[in-house]
Ligand binder design. Structure first.
Ligand code: CA
Length: 234
């Protein structure tokens, strides 16, 4: 059960936005369209997407300004940005990347090229969505088969705990605040309270048994998934 990646399309030309949205939907993505920076911001405030397709030429704030703004914002700074540009020249591409875009794609582009770029940025920025098996310490998780093993022995982890575990393991040795976990794991900070994160983490630890010690509480900050505690005991 892979999460359907949500793609925010920020594009003022409705014909282009619609074409992109149809193609994304056909290929297993959930597209959302915003026609300018303000409506894109409202979307971002409500639900954090997995990737942003950002048109360069927009009415009001330009794509470049928006990319800079979202990169500087703690809530949005980890969301991959793919710039859509009609300019093919180097200085613009460099400016886009300098502003914090992960990649750019020049109009007109083929659907296949767009999909390949989206998948590439998703793989780079959110490895837990690439569906690849991940190992930390003696713990192994395979998103394709939903299997978790601890030193080769199967561990029973329910679907609710599997999601945060997948995220933790894809981003080990890093402190995650509760609000970051809400955004990145559940994708919508509006409907889940922060203390729900604690409940899920508690259940995850219980499900993991001995390996549960890898989920550390970082006082006043959040949680960290670490192989260090497991290594100490081994
Ligand atoms: Ca435009």
């Amino acid at each position: 059960m892979k999460k359907i990646p949500r793609v925010l399309i920020v594009e003022d030309e409705s014909a282009i936005a619609e074409l992109i949205a149809v193609n994304l939907r056909h290929n297993g993505f959930a597209p959302v369209w915003a026609e300018d920076g303000d409506s894109a911001q409202r979307e971002l405030d409500a639900v954090l997407p997995d990737v942003i397709l950002l048109d360069w030429m927009l009415p009001g704030q330009s794509g470049l300004t928006l990319a800079r703004k979202w990169r500087a914002d703690a809530r949005t700074k980890a969301v991959p940005i793919l710039m859509l540009t009609a300019h093919g020249d180097e200085p613009d591409k460099v400016a886009g990347l300098d502003a914090g875009a992960d990649d750019y794609i020049t109009k007109p582009f083929s659907t296949q090229e767009l999909l390949a770029r989206i998948r590439a940025v998703l793989r780079r920025r959110t490895p837990e969505q690439a569906g690849e098996s991940v190992t930390v310490g003696g713990l192994q998780l395979d998103p394709a088969t939903y299997r978790v093993t601890w030193h080769g022995s199967p561990v029973k982890v329910g679907p609710t705990e599997f999601k945060p575990l997948n995220y933790f393991m894809a981003h080990p040795e890093r402190v995650h605040s509760r609000s970051q976990l809400l955004d990145r794991v559940w994708g919508d900070h509006v409907f889940i309270e922060e203390r729900t994160v604690d409940v899920h983490v508690k259940r995850l630890r219980e499900a993991l048994g001995e390996a549960g010690a890898m989920v550390e509480t970082v006082r006043g900050a959040g949680y960290r998934f670490t192989a260090a505690s497991a290594l100490l005991r081994a």
